[in-house]
Design a protein around this ligand. Structure first.
Ligand code: 13P
Ligand code: SF4
Length: 301
């Protein structure tokens, strides 16, 4: 039996379902039951009937799945796959800003650890941040941790006052305007599709800004045939699957998230065989972190 057949067999035997983010390798996306952006994956996790979730993504995504489904077994395909941005703000900073700005609402990008979520008022993802910030009753927003996403949201919600943090995604930050312009010169008809974690100067020259699934939807529905993609390269797999006749160009070799790329078919197989490493969180932490996540799901409806 080959590796893929064994994964399929074990999935049935263990009543397991495989969830993957668009940034993992194409061969892992291909064996997953569900592939999506962080909002889709957290929403979906609450509707699954299987008892075991094998999570192919970084820690904060597996944590969200566990927080929203405390009764399920969530197994990380790789327990060391972690997003550096998830640890870029600390609790002392949040408490200090709260003290100085008692009217501020702490809006936490979902790319954050469970501890940070537990100290926040509401979570957002890149696909719902604008909608949720608009819907919040508070006028003052402390947006953590991603500076680029926070600033992008503030341009879309000019009626609110923002305090920003200085977190960033090293993958998106390394996508430089000069490289995007060079790609545009090589492919003048191409539309530039960009994730909001990119820097402001890249966002300014983009034709469309959105989450991973929004970028895929936009390219799929577009009558144009050529696109320059400013986000992690794992997205090229689904873009190609949905649009075999369209052309997608990267802007260089640095669109690579080393943590997402830790996940391999071998590790998925091992996770199914051993049901380890399991994602565990204390009941108290999970209960606190579930409040801003559930508020997000409620507001995003
Ligand atoms: P999405 O919410 O668009 O899936 O993005 C997650 C992420 O980690 C971006 O770097
Ligand atoms: Fe984190 Fe950036 Fe990787 Fe997304 S691409 S998981 S934000 S390091």
């Amino acid at each position: 039996m080959n590796q893929i057949e064994e994964i399929r067999k074990l999935k049935k035997e263990k009543n397991a379902v495989i969830l993957a983010h668009y940034y993992v390798d194409g061969e892992v996306q291909a064996i997953a039951d569900y592939v999506g952006d962080s909002y889709y994956l957290s929403k979906l996790a609450t509707t699954l009937k299987e008892q075991v979730i094998i999570f192919c993504g970084v820690s904060f995504m597996g944590e969200s799945a566990k927080i929203l489904n405390p009764e399920k077994i969530v197994v990380m395909a790789d327990e060391h796959a972690d997003c550096p941005m998830a640890h870029m703000v600390d609790i002392e900073t949040i408490e200090k800003i709260r003290e100085e700005n008692p009217d501020a609402c702490v809006v936490c990008y979902v790319n954050s650890s469970a501890e940070i979520k537990a100290h926040s008022d509401v979570c957002v993802t890149s696909s719902n941040a604008v909608r949720i910030v608009k819907a919040l009753p508070a006028r003052k927003i402390f947006f953590i941790p991603d500076n680029n996403l926070g600033r992008y949201v503030s341009t879309q919600v000019p009626e609110k006052d923002f305090i920003f943090h200085d977190g960033f995604c090293h993958v998106h930050k390394s996508i430089e305007k000069a490289n995007v312009l060079a790609a545009k010169e090589a492919h003048p008809d191409a539309l530039i599709l960009t994730h909001p974690e990119c820097t402001e100067d890249v966002l300014e020259i983009s034709d469309f800004i959105g989450s991973t699934s929004e970028i895929i939807d936009y390219a799929t529905k577009s009558s144009q045939n050529t696109f320059i993609i400013c986000t992690e390269m794992g997205i090229f797999y689904e873009l190609g699957q949905k649009n075999p006749d369209k052309k997608f160009y990267s802007v260089g070799h640095r669109q690579f998230c080393p943590n997402m790329k830790r996940i391999t078919l071998n590790k998925v197989l091992s996770a199914l065989q051993t049901l380890t490493p399991e994602m565990t969180l204390s009941e108290e932490l999970a209960a606190k972190a579930s409040l801003p996540l559930n508020r997000m799901l409620e507001l995003a409806k």
